[in-house]
Design a protein around this ligand. Structure first.
Ligand SMILES: Cc1cc2nc3c(=O)[nH]c(=O)nc-3n(C[C@H](O)[C@H](O)[C@H](O)COP(=O)(O)OP(=O)(O)OC[C@H]3O[C@@H](n4cnc5c(N)ncnc54)[C@H](O)[C@@H]3O)c2cc1C
Length: 290
């Protein structure tokens, strides 16, 4: 059979969240959830993953919402597409790292199909929106037979392509906390061409008091099996004024903290070099000096 032909599967088309969860429970471990399909379908025939069932989210319109709630933050339903982030005025204004990740993401065709949740659930260390969400902080809401469960984004990815989600749980919502008036965030990625996945990506979320960084979250992708926080580098930044000298120290610290590998998109050496450069640039971009 041609490698371009998808393997056979049964399609499950639930019309409500409880029905979807019941189907996941009934066929535990044999079902793959299908959102936009931009990862899932490729994965199926490149990696020869052969789920017995595909559970399609298209009937679950109740998961298609994107709301900014003052005092709470951004609430992203599991069917929200990347393009919807670009169309929502509060995303650009209050969550620039996420907006910038969405605006550099793939092509218009992919942005119209791919979901933000699919990016997070894929568990790829190259995920652009995932990188921004790790920097902004937040939670994934999972719905299972026993009810709702919230998992912090810091704990959500456990290994390459593996998340905290259990087989009988549907990921229903992402929650990103409200920024304060002094929160600054930004995202940058390096790719060969726009359509490619990142060679390396980075996002920061900084709590600033004038030129002093009070609190920092730094997320970097493609430098290990999962997206990582650069906690040692965050500590160096916290409580400090952002100067050229400090940026040099942060760049050196980031290079020490990561564990990149050679793969088809880049080399370990390139990623380690560029990690320091893009960290410096993303901090400058966040605080408005780049
Ligand atoms: C040409 C091309 C370019 C790309 N460019 C980029 C890029 O620039 N940046 C980037 O980050 N990614 C890129 N990708 C990867 C992909 O588009 C993204 O990861 C996308 O966000 C996946 O979303 P989706 O809705 O298509 O997910 P799907 O492919 O449907 O699913 C992805 C994974 O998440 C699981 N899943 C999805 N939703 C749920 C749910 N609600 N509950 C439980 N599990 C769920 C699926 O079972 C699957 O394992 C690209 C892909 C292609 C084909």
């Amino acid at each position: 059979m041609s490698s371009r032909v998808l393997p056979q599967f049964d399609l499950l088309t639930p019309q409500s969240i409880p029905e979807a969860v019941a189907m996941l429970s009934q066929h535990q471990g044999q079902v793959s959830v299908l959102a936009g399909g931009t990862d899932m379908l490729l994965w199926n025939y490149i990696r020869k993953v052969k789920p017995t069932y595909l559970l399609r989210l298209s009937g679950l319109d109740e998961l298609d919402y994107l709301n900014y709630i003052p005092g709470e933050g951004l609430i992203i339903g599991a069917k929200v597409k990347i393009v919807q982030l670009l169309e929502h005025p509060d995303v650009a204004e209050k969550f620039p790292a996420l907006y910038q990740a969405a605006s550099t993401f793939a092509t218009p065709q992919i942005r119209n199909m791919a979901t933000v949740m699919g990016n997070v659930l894929r568990g790829s260390p190259a995920g652009d929106c995932s990188c921004a969400i790790l920097a902004l902080g937040g939670q994934v809401v999972l719905q299972g037979p026993q009810g709702e469960r919230l998992v912090g984004i810091d704990d959500f990815w456990v290994a390459y392509g593996v998340t905290e989600r259990k087989n009988d749980e549907l990921a229903v919502e992402l929650r990103i906390p409200e920024p304060t008036s002094t929160t600054r965030s930004a995202f940058i990625r390096m790719t060969r061409v726009h359509e490619d996945l990142a060679k390396i990506n980075v996002a920061v979320c900084l709590e600033m008091k004038q030129n002093t960084c009070q609190r920092a979250r730094i997320a970097m992708g493609c430098v290990g099996p999962i997206l990582v926080r650069l906690k040692q580098t965050e500590k160096l930044l916290e409580g400090q004024q952002i100067t050229g000298e400090l940026l040099e120290q942060l760049a050196a610290s980031a290079q020490e903290e990561i564990a990149p590998i050679d793969d088809q998109r880049s080399t370990e050496e390139y990623r380690r070099q560029v990690a320091g450069v893009i960290l410096r640039r993303v901090i400058e971009k966040a605080v408005g000096t780049h």
